[in-house]
Design a protein around this ligand. Sequence first.
Ligand SMILES: Nc1ncnc2c1ncn2[C@@H]1O[C@H](COP(=O)(O)OP(=O)(O)OP(=O)(O)O)[C@@H](O)[C@H]1O
Ligand SMILES: [Mg+2]
Length: 375
Amino acid sequence: MSEIVLRNVCKEYNKGNMAVKNFNLDIQDKEFIIFVGPSGCGKSTTLRMIAGLEDISNGELYIDGELVNYVEPQGRDLAMVFQNYALYPHMTVYENMAFSLKIRKIPKSEIKKRVHEVAKILEIEQLLDRRSKDLSGGQKQRVAIGSAIMRQPKAFLMDEPLSNLDAKLRAQMRIELAKLHERLETTIIYVTHDQTEAMTLGSRIVVMLDGEIQQAAAPEILYNNPINKFVAGFIGSPAMNFVRMNVISDTSEIMLEKEGFRISTKNRMKEVLISDNCVGHEVDLGIRPENIYTEVGKESAIDVDLTDAIEVEVVARELVGAEVILYANWCGVQLCARVEQENTSREGDRVNWYLDCNCIKLFDVKSEQNLMYGE
Ligand SMILES: Nc1ncnc2c1ncn2[C@@H]1O[C@H](COP(=O)(O)OP(=O)(O)OP(=O)(O)O)[C@@H](O)[C@H]1O
Ligand SMILES: [Mg+2]
């Protein structure tokens, strides 16, 4: 059992400079929680406060119902894995992994059994006699994770544990971490700014900005129902496109307009524009690259509802595996579309694109809130 609860947790390193502000989160037993956000937003600070490596300036931290603000790190029974894995370079892999149990005076035979068990899970049995300084980055990473799971702590706290690995190894370790979580059935709190890691590993993602939680939700909820423009733009790669549009009323219709191009609105979008008094003002339209089409009649989903054509000028083409990412200019705005490999558009081409009305999001220009949040 390990429930971790943060209540109005704040961190003030220097007077008047809040690195973490009123952080509220209930982490359930066995959750895989991810903290994401831009550099400096307070991810590591929050993790370090949970670990006890950093004082909490204000608020309460509970582990399994017990207030632990003043409990030493050793007393919290949590295991940390850092970006720069803390291995003892001259010890062998076996000695590194055995270390935390040895200082707890666990019998040798027991330690041996456990080292082999864990080494098997992480596929590092063949490395047990090697000195850790002679390992590759990926091997060191596995040993660090192995050392952390030797004892069965209440939770694992991991701060960008894969950031030193190359892309292929990262992908491989990501899969191993997911398997490990299933196997260990332990709470994991994991910091990253790699959103693929966040989207694939997390049962819940906490998106942070400037020390504050913007939204904490399951990956698909963040993706489909972001609370504001920041979350919408941060989650998803390539990022969501944003275009500022005028909201106009023409006879009984409410339309989004830009330089003569119009989208007539209906249903909830229309209702929201009216109830939020947007008519006569501007809104930011958001559309993901996969919801832009380059041809009419080729929509794969049945509930696609395309706008009229916008004429764009293609400025770049990137082949990414099975698909193509196109960047184009439309009335001074750069748009990005994700299309099939067969698409032949090249730099300099003037082509028609279409937006799927059913996937358009609208954001308030000032507050940046998602006007259609929670539907
Ligand atoms: N020991 C410290 N003393 C003063 N300020 C600090 C200290 N540690 C961190 N900060 C500041 O607190 C803020 C949050 O830092 P933190 O390390 O938590 O960010 P992060 O989200 O982990 O960023 P990154 O993705 O770059 O690791 C930053 O503005 C940082 O400069
Ligand atoms: Mg950090």
